[in-house]
Design a protein around this ligand. Sequence first.
Ligand code: PMT
Length: 402
Amino acid sequence: MAMLQGRRILLGVTGGIAAYKSADLVRRLKDAGADVRVVMTRGAEEFVRPLTFQAVSGQPVHNSLLDPQAEAAMGHIELARWADAVLIAPATADALARLAHGLADDLLTTICLATEAPLAVAPAMNRIMWAHPATRANVDQLRARGVHIFGPGAGDQACGEVGAGRMLEPLELVDATAGLFGSSLLRGVSVLITAGPTREPIDPVRYITNRSSGKMGFAVARAAVAAGARVTLVAGPCNLPTPAGVERVDVETAEQMLEAVMARVDAAQIFVASAAVADYRLAQVAASKIKKSQDAMQLELVRNPDILGTVAGLQVGPFTVGFAAETDDMHAYAEDKRQRKGLDMIAANWVGRPGTGFDADDNSLEVLWEGGGASLGPAPKLQVAEELVRLVAERYSDTVQA
Ligand code: PMT
């Protein structure tokens, strides 16, 4: 992970059970070439002894704001200046609240106020605490202030419950931390992305959907975070983990996806529509399971809203990138979509062919814009996404400067 080579990471450890994983995180960050210093809160020391972090980091652990000896060695201002990035993992609900309110009553919170380095937090707490409106408001406030929120993941929790609130695994955090030092092509730019399929209900047990896995859209989200963007991902039903540093909004139907997009589009400078949105939905969803009493049956379908077209048609809208999934005449159909919908860019791919498009791990894209184009891949979707993000960033900065 070349992006972490020689980087100075200040790791803040707060008092949650996930603190035991942070010792491994230090090792993994060091394996990636980073220089790591650890700051522990008093609560963290209840879970893991400072000696553990001293052993794995090879450096003294910092834990006191008011210890003259410690301050004389490397005080809070020196630590704040030393860091290329501050990562707090685990970040408890209490730590998030104290950061959101700008408290500076211990060494870690004081460093967070005194540093100009990027700050990232990896929340870890019980799922109900994570869902609590107070925590939501604190996280929103931190995010609005430019703090990177890594995770949390979902699954079994130490408290015996199952849900969102687990700290991301050390390797995922290393990946996300490296993203802080990725290219700065989209530094500070807000990117809104749709991904995956939509699911249009027929009755309480059946629905219409398509073969999209979400892999392409999630890869674009990862690549945009690595390029420094603030990323919101509106995802249809996908069985994929949320990329670190991404705010994810889960939806099911095209109408829900449109609503989620329109609620966030004003804050976005770039919109990328990689979702495979169902073009039609049922005119009437049956309230009860439809019985198989007839040999044949007809379903009446009506058109779904065109999310991409709606965003592209806004008077003051973001730089808009569409996708085109084609089985024939890809170039001609994609160029027609680009012009008809008034898009800044379109990324066309073949579907219905093995090894590319829907659900495949690799993809090829033909990217078209006014007066130009580029072919990307075949390559793994993340690599194709990184190249697409580079093209989008170039074209976007041209339009901003024009
Ligand atoms: O998810 P994967 O398994 O990784 O597969 C990736 C992919 C093949 C789904 C992806 O690369 C892709 O091509 N996404 C767009 C699929 C699609 O719906 O294409 P389309 O040609 O039907 O639609 C054109 C564009 O309009 C797309 O940007 C689509 O998001 C958008 N659209 C379509 C219909 C609609 N009602 N609203 C929309 O916003």
